[in-house]
Design a protein. Structure first.
Length: 535
């Protein structure tokens, strides 16, 4: 071509009815969406430097379809909840005669669903994208590029944050490592990235922090690793450097990440995380059922007092969010009560309780297929469920009657997202948090933004909600008893704007689904009896 290649990168829309899609809470914080498309802007950094790039995140802005006409190449990538929009975008771009490149975790796991794209660049982009680019430059690009080779993260570039408006997001992201040492049957991370964690150098991490700082970001940075402590020796070496960087830059960031619960057994590691500015973690608790944990190969959560482990994180200043799964083989009657009791014992406000979803390529999926429990279209996402784990799980034949699983799930949701139960957990968490060592310094502009957010909370939460009086009571109690944790308490309370409505709508849909399953199960029993009577 006589001019540089024009590449349009489009990030498909996530299902709006999702546990994690708390748009209204983001608006109170002055943002449009929780997180920026870190994967796609990393892909952008791998593209030739002379290409002209435009990026559209469908979660924060409409796509002007005339951009298809501008582009020589359209690049898309996404996860399971983005599948319907991803496929729709492929069709729209192809209808305009555009060459489409698709990738990302869902296309990698369910390649057959994305064959309409001209080119599939699968696996880790640092490995497969350069191969595509070489062939594309020669006019010899193939349909599929896939490799099980693992990327050398020490060669991964700084993401192209210049392509997005960072003010639209509640927090920004950074990836340090890929892979997890555990062997959970239901998890696709070990299938995509392996069980030997790989990581960037300390210099790369500090360069990414420098980049976010230069762009004016202050506040929340999420280290998006699936298990930040997968390599404990390396993370222990990284954290002091992050702490020194924070000190040298007057503590502009508060950090969050995802860890396995065994971090509670490493007080020195928790201390290093706290000293580096980590204030929040997500942990996968999954279930209180020991047998279910053993069967699903999540043995790291067995033989431990989960609530005591969580409170150790609070004692190191870590706000905790948790994940639970309903639908495992090995669950016993009364599961709902035991999950509710554990959630209350941990005092974790935000619990992502979802239905087990058989993800493509996992050990779980392979086992279910062998047992004849997996339908052929298990990985097809409908617009009704959107691939959300809360509404779209149980895409297989469950060990217990499916209606029983759904009834347990409904009971849990109704209990934990009652306003009195939710705000009580926020208060107990806030009082347990050791936030006195927090050194976050947002500067004058950041403090003004914080004041604006607080005023939005007063109006949007404290004054406009029927349960708003609970927000005022929480504010008074935390200020009186542990004022250092007030920011975290108020953000957890603000998230209830989303969970209050989402949980009600979710339960309504689940009630209908449970009734359908009960009707189907009764019909199956009737049919079995009719067959037996004829024998």
């Amino acid at each position: 071509m006589s001019r540089p290649t024009r590449c349009l990168l489009v990030y498909p829309e996530f299902q709006s009815a999702s546990f994690w899609n708390y748009r209204e809470a983001c608006r109170i914080k002055g943002a449009r969406y929780p997180a920026a498309p870190l994967g796609l802007i990393t892909v952008a950094a791998l593209l030739p430097s002379d290409w002209e790039l435009k990026l559209v995140d469908r979660n924060v802005e409409e796509l002007d379809e005339s951009l298809f006409d501008w582009a020589d190449l359209v690049m898309l990538g996404g996860m399971i909840p983005q599948q319907p929009d991803h496929l729709n975008l492929i069709a729209k771009a192809r209808a305009r005669g555009k060459r489409v490149v698709s990738g990302g975790p869902d296309a990698t796991n369910s390649r057959h669903l994305y064959d309409a794209a001209d080119h599939l660049v699968l696996g880790e982009a640092e490995v497969t994208l350069p191969r595509f680019l070489t062939d594309y430059a020669r006019g010899e690009a193939q349909h599929v590029y896939h490799s099980k080779e693992q990327a050398d993260l020490t060669r991964s570039p700084v993401p192209r944050w210049d392509l997005v408006n960072i003010e639209r997001y509640a927090y920004l992201g950074l990836q340090w490592s890929r892979g997890c040492p555990f062997n959970c049957e239901f998890c696709d991370i070990i299938e995509l990235f392996g069980r030997v964690p790989r990581h960037k150098t300390t210099a790369q991490v500090l360069a990414e922090l420098d980049n976010l700082h230069r762009r004016g970001h202050r506040g929340a940075v999420d280290v998006v690793d699936d298990n930040f402590i997968g390599n404990q020796a390396e993370v222990a070496a990284l954290l002091p450097a992050v702490r020194r960087w924070q000190e040298e830059h007057s503590w502009p960031f508060e950090l969050a990440t995802e860890v396995s619960l065994n971090v509670a057994d490493r007080p020195r590691l928790l201390q290093l995380m706290q000293e580096a500015g980590f204030c929040a973690v997500f942990v996968g608790i999954e279930t209180p059922e020991e047998e279910a944990l053993v069967r699903s190969q999540k043995k790291q959560n067995t033989r431990r007092d989960v609530a005591a482990s969580v409170h150790k994180l609070y004692a190191h200043g870590m706000l905790v969010m948790a994940g639970y799964i309903v639908g495992f083989d090995g669950e016993r009657p009364g599961l709902a009560d035991r999950v509710i009791q554990l959630i209350e014992a941990t005092a974790i406000p935000v619990n992502m309780v979802g239905l087990l979803f058989a993800l493509p390529t996992t050990q779980l999926t392979r086992r279910l297929a062998r047992e004849g429990r997996l339908p052929a279209d298990f990985d097809v996402v409908t617009r009704e469920t959107g691939g959300d784990q809360c509404s779209g799980g149980l895409n297989f034949e469950t060990a217990r009657p499916k209606s029983e699983v759904l009834r347990d799930y409904i009971r849990i949701l109704k209990a934990i997202y009652r306003p009195d139960a939710y705000f009580d957990r926020v208060l107990r968490m806030a009082l347990a948090l050791d936030s006195g060592k927090r050194k976050l310094s947002l500067g004058g502009r950041g403090q003004l933004k914080e004041l604006t957010i607080f005023l939005r909370m007063v109006w949007g939460v404290g004054l406009r909600r029927s349960w708003g009086w609970r927000w005022w009571r929480l504010l008074a109690q935390v200020l009186a008893r542990n004022p250092a944790s007030i920011r975290y308490a108020l953000w957890m309370a603000t998230l209830y704007v989303h969970f209050a409505e989402f949980s009600v709508n979710l339960v309504d849909g689940l009630e209908r689904r449970a009734l359908q399953e009960e009707s189907r199960e009764r019909a199956a029993v009737k049919q079995d009896r009719a067959i037996a009577s004829q024998l």
